[in-house]
Design a protein around this ligand. Sequence first.
Ligand code: FES
Length: 151
Amino acid sequence: MYEKIFEKYSPDKENLIYILHDIQDSDPQNYVSEDAVQKVSEFLRIPISHIYGVLTFYTMYSTKPRGKNVIRLCESPPCFLKGSEKILMQLCEILNVKVGETTEDGFFTVELCACLGICGNAPAMMINEDVYGDLTDEKLIKIINDIKRRA
Ligand code: FES
């Protein structure tokens, strides 16, 4: 199952974060499973504990199944000062979830994250690989509806 990913890399532990990225991106539930960790450990010949250390250090990784679309709202101070708290409340209300939860249809997971690097456009969020700034209630609804429509 992970052979195609392993073929792209030499069995070097420097490749760990890239391999974990590819595994997570290729998983329909957007996470790195126990089985994947085991296989990576065998491929790179590094301890499982080391891999979990990396997985828990970087917030972009998840060891739990998530929705098809992962929404990560920035909670750093510049975004907070520009109203990210209100955006978060609306997001959770629209999707009927709490932070860290996945919608019943498995379509969205809501998470918080640190600065996305576009503080000038705060408040900001990232959905999968796309970054959205200058969020307002209206813009948020439009983004969510557009993604649902594209599904
Ligand atoms: S603080 Fe939110 S994008 Fe930088």
